[in-house]
Design a protein around this ligand. Structure first.
Ligand SMILES: [Zn+2]
Ligand SMILES: [Zn+2]
Length: 285
């Protein structure tokens, strides 16, 4: 039995450890397949994305580690690429020129605020609240509808393998008493997005980053039965920013997925994504 993780960060973006630190922890925790997915460079500077000029070092360090640890772990090179409407997506020369094992498409930013910065839904609550009020007059439903509209544009645009943390906006919206993920309008929005992922043949990530701290996965476990019913290919990843978190939340998530009826999840095997059986202790060879 083994674990896999395809969503991880390191000091090349906002992760708190070298790529080698993550590899050593992954090996120690029983991970056999491990992918790096640094936040890809954006057209503007941020504190948490890789610099374009660092990509060569990222690739070289990956090749060094892949060779050094080849008897212990299978390493993959990817990127987590932002989709920002009218500003950033995977189908630009920078990404098209690279030979990467896979790409994750994620939405962290919505619209531009009056100060010229894009509003991030994945930052601290103060920033979230400020953007919600200044862009959407505090109308949570409007902001959430916009989030899923942009997510759908990203999925339709394509060019990547895995949809990252599909309902991440719930991390901050859950702090408002009037947000209820059981409301039919919200369930319908998530349901339509999941259907689109299925139609486009993409892989859906089950992201366990916040399970320990906030008790939620992205997507929320309330959608697991629907994902299973739609037969959407899944991967479970921890989106780790600290080496100690490489398999955080995996045991309860695998267990729950199994209980809901999932039989397989997808893995990189000889350059392709293939279905592999699992139980709460991990994946079968
Ligand atoms: Zn992300
Ligand atoms: Zn991430």
């Amino acid at each position: 039995m083994y674990w896999s993780n395809y969503h991880s960060h390191s000091i090349f973006c906002d992760g708190r450890g070298s790529m080698e630190d993550f590899v050593r922890f992954a090996i120690a925790k029983g991970v056999l397949k491990y992918g790096f997915s640094s936040h890809a460079p954006l057209p503007f500077l941020t504190k948490w994305t890789m610099l374009k000029d660092d990509f060569i070092d990222y690739e070289q360090e990956f090749e060094r580690l892949k060779a050094k640890y080849e008897n212990y772990i299978q390493l993959y090179l990817g990127l987590e690429v932002d989709y920002i409407y009218g500003c950033s997506d995977v189908q630009t020369p920078f990404f098209l020129d690279k030979s990467l094992d896979y790409l994750i498409g994620s939405v962290h930013y919505l619209d531009k605020m009056f100060n010229g910065d894009y509003w991030t839904i994945d930052g601290d609550f103060t920033t979230f609240d400020w953007g919600l009020k200044s862009l959407y007059g505090g109308d949570m439903r409007l902001a959430i509808e916009r989030y899923f509209e942009i997510s759908s544009l990203m999925i339709n645009h394509g060019g990547f393998d895995i949809v990252g943390h599909v309902d991440k906006i719930a991390m901050n919206s859950s702090n408002y008493p009037d947000f209820n993920p059981a409301d039919s309008w919200y369930e319908n929005l998530v349901g339509e997005t999941l259907q689109l992922i299925k139609d486009k043949g993409m892989i859906l990530e089950i992201n366990t980053k916040s399970l320990h701290e906030k008790g939620i996965t992205y997507p929320d476990s309330r959608f697991f039965p629907l994902i299973n019913e739609l037969n959407i290919p899944i991967v479970v990843s921890s989106d780790c920013h600290f080496p100690t978190n490489v398999i955080d939340g995996f045991t309860p998530t695998y267990k729950l997925l199994k209980a809901v009826g999932f039989k397989t999840m997808f893995q990189q095997i000889a350059g392709r994504w293939e279905a592999v059986e699992f139980n709460e202790k991990g994946l079968f060879c």
